[in-house]
Design a protein around this ligand. Structure first.
Ligand SMILES: *Cc1c(COP(=O)(O)O)cnc(C)c1O
Length: 212
């Protein structure tokens, strides 16, 4: 990885043994997308692992991960934000979150629209959450071979990120993560200014379905 780009090793569907190998090789940031899998794995790995949640998160499951998770990258509604804040307050923690932005052409992807995201910041909507630190944005490009389309989508997210960072009410020392890029498109994402890539298959191989 180039200097300054953080690597999130996406370990969903991979075994604890496989993750320990990555840990022993120096990897500390792991990304998971299912609450149950994450809560089984967390106690099995050393305490200095940074856990990032990157999947669809139901509000009724927030309470299971807030006691230990470092970052929730996939915040796609205010309702979810409210619940994270509430649970974080209960266990006296502050949770870093990324706002997920819908940049892909596909409807199946989640997230706020570019305009909605902008107004979350310009209208100071996020300041009400005392136990959340908004550390940046996350996005996924369309699943396609069209590299120009992917580049354009990542470019859109980068432009939004820069615009938010330059708002007078946004603390640039906190709002500094731009999470974009997976196994198939991380090179393009880094060229477009990603600061954090989420990579599974290129590290661990094809996903298996019995994770424990
Ligand atoms: C699974 C997943 C990844 C990793 O995908 P790979 O193609 O295996 O690198 C990255 N981000 C999210 C949100 C994911 O769900």
């Amino acid at each position: 990885m180039p200097e300054g780009v953080k690597l999130v090793a996406v370990s969903k569907f991979h075994s604890i043994e496989t993750m320990k190998e990555a840990y022993n090789a120096g990897q500390r940031i792991f990304g998971e997308s299912r609450v149950q899998e994450l809560t089984v794995k967390q106690p099995a790995l050393p305490e200095d692992v940074e856990w990032h949640f990157i999947g669809i998160l139901q509000t009724n499951k927030v309470k299971y991960i807030v006691p230990f998770v470092t970052m929730i990258q996939s915040v796609d509604s205010l309702r979810l934000m409210q619940e994270i804040d509430r649970q974080a307050k209960n266990c006296d923690r502050t949770i870093c979150v990324l706002i997920e932005v819908h940049i892909a052409g596909e409807d199946s992807k989640h997230g706020f629209s570019v305009e909605e995201c902008k107004s979350l910041f310009s209208d100071n909507i996020l300041n009400q959450f005392a136990h959340i630190q908004v550390c940046g944005l996350m996005g996924m490009a369309t699943f396609t071979d069209n590299t120009e389309q992917i580049r354009h989508e990542f470019g859109t997210l980068r432009t939004l990120f820069d615009e938010i960072r330059s708002m007078p009410n946004v603390d640039r020392s906190v709002f500094c993560d731009l999470s974009m890029g997976m196994s198939d498109d991380y090179r393009i994402a880094m060229e477009e200014g990603s600061t954090m890539v989420r990579i599974g298959t290129s590290i661990f191989g094809v996903r298996r379905y019995n994770f424990c």
